[in-house]
Design a protein around this ligand. Structure first.
Ligand code: GDP
Length: 444
């Protein structure tokens, strides 16, 4: 963590493009710039420059941008070279920067340095990664708000409230005889309630945000020929999310992501689950099952023309998994019928052929997700944030109990503050930091 050697990386995505960017960050880049470009650069001005190798040969001609410390993304000197966007040119440029003393950057290392140099807090840094990997417009908006510090501000506010409570208790520790009276006069109990209420609001906004970030796992099951592929294709063609290759959400044959009211909905197709086939296929099947075990919602597809028994493998689904029954091919029975409940499951008539009823299906999925209307009322939270808020809530709830010693009360409040502060990065272990930044892309 204390390694401040200059780092360099290709910051643009692999492949060919009009422009590619090589980025360098380090404590002092003046010498590197001199050798690479042959002249000093004016701060924050785009300059057309020749990038040269050790023998003075020109490697490429492009724009150079120099951001001297501390007014840069990382807080160090930063150099950005906008070159022609081909893999060979960019690798030559990167190699040249390495020759001049930089080392290859680890994933997320630029942002990690920004964090270490107090350019952003941990929740904001996570916002950077979440913005890049956002699967829907709503997710991108939420991530941008986190990046701009909206979530961090709420977290800081909570921390301040907890500090006030702590101060009250710590001050009382000096007057042990009158402790109860002092706390009562300061309306301590009511103040704890107020903070708990506020914590609950942040928690609920964060739970919404996690849904927008991580999406909803929807598993589709049905016998062959009920129109499962047709239905998936219809939904995907109309609603496909802007997902490409996000780590952990790689698109494969069994998984497609669509955008329903801003929620990335991951449709997991169970076609082929019945037949274990060869060993390789079995691995695929095992993977499907693990996706299914983490499902949020089950969509059972049947034909509207006949009542069907559930496929045999459905017994393997948890019985408490919410489910929607979809009766497809409603065009064959003269159109969609009104949705209704039967045996506790919602039944929705659709036609994959005409598209009728698909809006009802989307609404039903959205409602199951507990998502009413998109808007500003959420924070782009991760599981880590939710756990921290839950921990804080637990400590605070303990602090509310009567009859506990003042020292214990002080300790509960300290732990609550520590939990909330871990969201923005205070009291966060190096291991956890490493884990968070390792998931970034290289060059960010
Ligand atoms: P899967 O085996 O469940 O994936 O089913 P397919 O999507 O391959 O569809 C099976 C057959 O049903 C195909 O001939 C489709 O054209 C037809 N089909 C699918 N959906 C509909 C629908 O909504 N209406 C009608 N009339 N036919 C459909």
């Amino acid at each position: 963590m204390t390694d401040t050697a200059p780092i360099a990386a290709i910051a643009t995505a692999p492949g060919m493009g009009a422009i590619g960017v090589v980025r360098v960050s380090g404590p002092n880049l003046a010498t590197l710039i001199g050798s690479l470009i042959g002249a000093p650069l004016k701060p924050r001005q785009a300059v057309l420059a020749r990038f040269r190798d050790a023998a003075g040969e020109v490697l490429d001609v492009g724009l150079a941008l120099y951001f001297p410390a501390p007014h840069s993304y990382t807080g160090e000197d930063v150099l950005e070279l906008q070159a022609h966007g081909g893999p060979v040119v960019l690798h030559l440029l990167l190699k040249r920067c390495l020759e001049l003393g930089a080392r290859p950057a680890q994933p997320g290392e630029f942002t990690q340095r920004a964090y270490l140099n107090d350019k952003l807090d941990l929740a904001q840094a996570e916002g950077v990664a979440d913005l890049i990997s956002a699967a829907t417009v709503e997710a991108a908006r939420g991530a941008l708000r986190s990046l701009q510090g909206v979530f961090s501000q709420e977290v800081e506010r909570l921390v301040r409230q907890l500090i006030e409570l702590r101060a009250l208790v710590e001050a009382t520790l000096d007057f042990p005889e009158e402790e109860i009276e002092v706390l009562r006069q300061a309306a301590f109990g009511e103040r704890v309630e107020v903070v708990l209420g506020y914590l609950d609001r942040v928690l609920s906004a964060s739970q919404k945000g996690r849904l927008i970030r991580d999406g909803l796992q929807v598993v589709l099951v049905g016998r062959p020929n009920v129109g499962k592929s047709s239905l998936i294709n219809k939904l995907v063609n109309e609603d496909v999310a802007i997902v490409t290759d996000i780590p952990g959400t790689t698109r494969d044959t069994i998984r497609q992501t669509i955008d329903i009211a801003g929620i990335p909905v991951h449709l997991v197709d169970t076609a082929g689950l019945r037949d274990p086939g060869d060993p390789i296929e079995r691995i695929g099947i095992e993977r499907s099952w693990s996706a299914i075990r983490g499902a949020d919602l089950l969509v059972v597809i049947q034909e509207a023309v006949r009542e069907e028994e559930d496929p045999a493998f459905m017994t393997e689904f948890p019985s408490d998994l919410p489910r929607i029954v979809v009766l497809n091919k409603a065009d064959l029975i003269g159109g969609v019928k009104a949705s209704g409940l039967r045996d506790g499951s919602e039944r929705i008539w659709v036609s994959a052929k005409t598209g009728a009823g698909l809006d009802l299906l989307r609404d039903a999925i959205r409602e199951r997700a507990g998502w009413s209307s998109p808007g500003e009322g959420f924070f782009m939270a991760r599981q880590r944030h939710l756990e921290a808020l839950e921990r804080a809530k637990g400590y605070l709830a303990n602090a509310r109990e009567k009859g506990r010693g003042l020292e214990i009360l002080a300790e509960e409040l300290r732990l609550a503050q520590e939990a909330v502060s871990s969201i923005t990065g205070e009291f966060t272990s190096d291991d956890l930091l490493g884990e968070i930044f390792a998931r970034f892309c290289i060059g960010k």
